[in-house]
Design a protein around this ligand. Structure first.
Ligand code: ADP
Ligand code: MG
Length: 293
């Protein structure tokens, strides 16, 4: 009887847009002690928006958008999309680039019309030894507004900063409240900076917040939680989440914007763009398990 109930529940879930890759994941999602969330694209909408732009050293707003767009043209990260949308709106078109290197959780390095362009966070700038002391105040005031700060460097000189808004999904607060009411511990595990995520983390009532985490660091956080004998779910959407999704007891992909790597690594995929499916599948799991026993 148990297996009939479980397979019926898996088909019901599939009809409702939740793909479960096996009966044990249906069972485990209802029993997890901790849910770890990625931020960008998972708790926030998949379409962030360029909110503010700071120009420096003679570069214009259009210059910045043009260089960033050209550097990020092949990138599908939500932040790259925000740059593209802002460039399109300003009537700016991209220049083909020569080199294009993506540093997961950091940003991109590209060569555009003979100029070396870096677009990314402070870690990327540090990696290439770009001086940030002169823009420290500006960066701080951007991230204190809860915006993601990106630096743009041209030939080793910071010529601009972007502040990108990453609004919460409308359903995120309710999902977090429901999980907390069921005594699930909530963790935020993000590549973004602490000062950008403080407010978001507070609004969602996160029990723990891990910020500035590199992709391999996300799986280390999951393992650390598991080592305290907790059953851990990880919810994410990006290439940078794939390892953590694989390591977690239950990996859940938010698949409307998810990368193929995340989809493959996950045990459960939420194929509608709705985080509420997470609480839906947990409720289904708990009902099914009580029938099966
Ligand atoms: P999250 O863990 O919140 O989903 P990511 O790991 O995808 O975030 O990204 C972490 C940080 O890396 C971003 O906040 C940004 O600073 C930087 N970053 C990632 N991808 C890009 C990109 N394509 N362009 C610029 N910066 C990027
Ligand atoms: Mg993400």
């Amino acid at each position: 009887a148990a297996s009939t109930a479980v397979s019926a529940a898996i088909s019901t879930a599939a009809r409702n847009g939740v793909l479960i890759k096996g009966g044990r994941y249906l069972e485990q999602i209802g029993n997890v002690d901790v849910v770890c969330f990625d931020k960008t694209g998972t708790l926030t909408t998949t379409s962030p928006r360029m909110e503010t732009l700071v120009t420096r050293n003679g570069a214009t707003r259009e210059d910045l958008l043009q260089l960033a767009y050209s550097a990020e043209i092949h990138n599908h990260h939500p932040l790259a999309e925000a740059i593209k949308v802002a460039a399109d709106a300003a009537g700016v078109s991209p220049t083909p680039h020569d080199v294009c290197e993506y540093y997961l959780g950091q940003g991109v390095r590209s060569v555009v019309a003979g100029q070396t362009i870096l677009v990314g966070n402070a870690k990327l700038m540090k990696r290439f030894r770009i001086k940030l002391s002169e823009v420290a105040e500006q960066a701080e005031s951007i991230s204190e507004r809860g915006l993601t700060t990106l630096y743009l460097a041209r030939d080793r000189e910071v010529v601009g900063l972007f502040g990108i808004a990453n609004p919460l999904r409308p359903e995120a607060v309710v999902v977090a409240e429901k999980l907390a009411a069921q005594n699930v511990e909530l963790c935020l595990v993000t590549g973004d900076e602490a000062r950008t995520v403080t407010e978001l983390s507070r609004r969602l009532g996160m029990d723990k917040t891990y910020s500035s985490i590199m992709p391999d660091g996300k799986s280390a956080v999951v393992q650390e939680l598991q080592s305290t004998r907790k059953l851990v779910a990880m919810v994410g959407d990006g290439v940078n989440d794939a390892l953590a999704l694989a390591v977690a007891d239950v990996g859940v992909a938010m698949s409307a914007g998810a990368s193929e790597a995340a989809m493959e690594a996950a045990d459960i995929a939420l194929i509608r763009d709705d985080l509420g499916q997470l609480t839906y599948v947990r409720d289904l799991s708990r009902r099914t398990t009580s029938i099966a026993q």
